[in-house]
Design a protein around this ligand. Sequence first.
Ligand SMILES: NC(=O)c1ccc[n+]([C@@H]2O[C@H](COP(=O)([O-])OP(=O)(O)OC[C@H]3O[C@@H](n4cnc5c(N)ncnc54)[C@H](OP(=O)(O)O)[C@@H]3O)[C@@H](O)[C@H]2O)c1
Length: 290
Amino acid sequence: MTMKVLVTGANGQLGRALQDAVPDAMQVRAVSRNELDVTDRAAVHAMVETWRPDVIINAAAYTAVDKAESEPELAEQGNAIAPRNLALAANEIQARVIHISTDFVFDGRSSSPYQPDSKTAPLGVYGRTKLAGEKAVQEVAGQRALIVRTAWVYDAVGKNFLRTMLRLMQERGAVRVVADQIGTPTSAASLASVLWQFVLHSELSGVFHWTDAGVASWYDFAVAIAEEAVAAGVLKSMPAITPIATQDYPTPAQRPAYSVLDKSATYAALGVRPVHWREQLRAVMAKVVL
Ligand SMILES: NC(=O)c1ccc[n+]([C@@H]2O[C@H](COP(=O)([O-])OP(=O)(O)OC[C@H]3O[C@@H](n4cnc5c(N)ncnc54)[C@H](OP(=O)(O)O)[C@@H]3O)[C@@H](O)[C@H]2O)c1
């Protein structure tokens, strides 16, 4: 039987990657903010009641980490109220909800990978509201709720670190990048593919982690981006890349210093093979047009 899947946040980085990778035997309706504002409880309810999906993937979120510090109400609406709206509507028709969350639910003081049940302690508004969203979805949808935390997501298009770096490298020939924040770059395509696997495994619920394999600082990631861009002919020459400390690049929101996620539960549940971020980066770079 064809499974019906509603995807919110269709114009975002992940929303687009999900649409690029729809498995066979799925009927997908991907809605952008214009078609469905997920903070509008009545609109969410009406769409879910009418279209009656089997699964909702919530790829919509308030993702402006620094801006969130000065507009916490909007962040709360997008990251906590909206997922709750989706879970409430899903409950009415017994649909599953797959909700995407973030490494920012952790404080980054660990030095070993975070497990799905590790202690959460967000450092800022974005992380706090995303954690509230996780809890709301689980509280409302229970066994039909599945949370996938991810980190450092990028793609060949969209607003992301890779695009920002390539632009600065091309314009200035030199960048300064923080070297004391450690995580794992994650290609939007790899995340999308795993999310579709979670859709197919309807027996699964709870919190899971997904990033690509390996560990890097933002500085390491920037160096790799430059090297792969030169190799692919996206950049003409290697820019100068200087490692700096977080304290030399002040931002309104504090970020976790270490946010590597342990993915073993996901590997075991889905039988997926982890691919190193550098290998994924090469595949993404092949699609970049500057
Ligand atoms: N990017 C990362 O590095 C990263 C890391 C960890 C976790 N995540 C999580 O991954 C998920 C996907 O993020 P992404 O990278 O794809 O972010 P994105 O590119 O910013 O996409 C988010 C999308 O949500 C839409 N949206 C925002 N508020 C909405 C609303 N009220 N109703 C409907 N749509 C709304 C946005 O529309 P507008 O463009 O109109 O605002 C945008 O299209 C999010 O849950 C995010 O928290 C991302």
